[in-house]
Design a protein around this ligand. Structure first.
Ligand code: CA
Ligand code: ZN
Length: 292
């Protein structure tokens, strides 16, 4: 199934907009960039940008059989990008926003496996910035991350990885968008190489496990992910979730699990520029192979 021309600017349980999908079905989401494809050239006048319609997610889809309290398993099968990305530097935005005095738009060609930034050929790392389900309570703008996923801007949410999201509403109301051709951890100036794309995922539902926050696995690592109003809060939640995971699967005490994490776990930054900050705690699969 292909989901196209259907996007939302907040993740919520709006049944009228939702497309029904079956578990196990491969779904292609045609996604717009985080600027809602509005920035067509480097000469574009940013004052014209409709800031109320940015960070679109394609969807939502209502996953048959998903019930509140379940876990939605999202296998990222493929990300196929267009050939031109967009970046911005903006006053008041990002880590250095207080010293940025003017706006700059940069178009970044994506060709032959690289993002071309001036004289540099940057290796691609296609990743999904916005991916999530309807949160508990009111809808949350797609630009904000949280327990439901959203704008996590996590470089590890890429082809071959599997994301696990808490389900808060029957049907889950899954959506995704905001692909980046590449991005450095932190996304310090508020954009990666933003690019329209086609994202292929397979959605399935796991019963009997409940999550507080997203989790992720790839070839080499398992990750707990958390967002918070400040980075310390996010760090605490991601670390605590991994500690509990290690206690559960290794039968370790809190102190043993904590020391193991301290010895070989990596606390990594996803992004520090969105309305909430996001981090992940990574543990090698050789230590623990189970993410739930
Ligand atoms: Ca983003
Ligand atoms: Zn983005």
């Amino acid at each position: 199934m292909i989901i196209k021309d259907q996007c939302i600017f907040a993740l919520g349980d709006n049944k009228e907009n939702a497309v029904c999908v079956k578990q196990g079905e491969i779904i292609e989401f045609v996604t717009k960039d985080c600027f809602n494809n509005q920035i067509t050239s480097e000469e574009y006048v940013l004052d014209k940008l409709d800031w109320d319609h940015i960070n679109p997610a394609t969807g939502p889809v209502y996953v048959e059989g998903a019930q509140a309290g379940d876990v939605l398993k999202v296998e990222i099968l493929d990300i196929e990008m267009e050939d031109m990305g967009t970046m911005c530097a903006l006053p008041e935005n990002g880590v250095l926003g207080n010293i940025v005095t003017e706006s700059t738009i940069k178009k970044i060609p994506v060709q032959d496996g690289y993002a071309i930034f001036n004289e540099f050929k940057l290796p691609l790392n296609p990743m999904i910035g916005v991916i999530g389900v309807a949160p508990k309570g009111d809808a949350i703008p797609c630009g904000t991350p949280g327990r439901h996923g959203g704008n996590m801007d996590n470089t590890k949410i890429a082809k071959g990885s599997t994301l696990y999201l808490p389900v808060f509403h029957d049907g889950a109301y899954f959506g995704c968008g905001d692909v980046h051709a590449c991005m450095g951890d932190g996304e310090i100036m508020v954009s990666g190489v933003e690019i329209p794309a086609k994202v292929n995922v397979r959605l399935s539902v796991i019963k009997g496990v409940t999550l507080d926050n997203p989790r992720l696995e790839d070839k080499d690592y398992i990750y707990t992910i958390a967002s918070g109003e400040n980075i310390e809060e996010a760090i605490y939640d991601a670390t605590k979730a991994m500690c509990e995971l290690l206690q559960k699967h290794l039968g370790y005490s809190l102190n043993e699990a904590g020391m193991l994490m301290s010895a070989c776990g990596n606390l990594e930054i996803c992004q520090v520029v969105d309305p909430e900050r996001t981090v992940r705690m990574a543990i090698p699969r050789t230590i623990c192979d189970k993410v739930l």
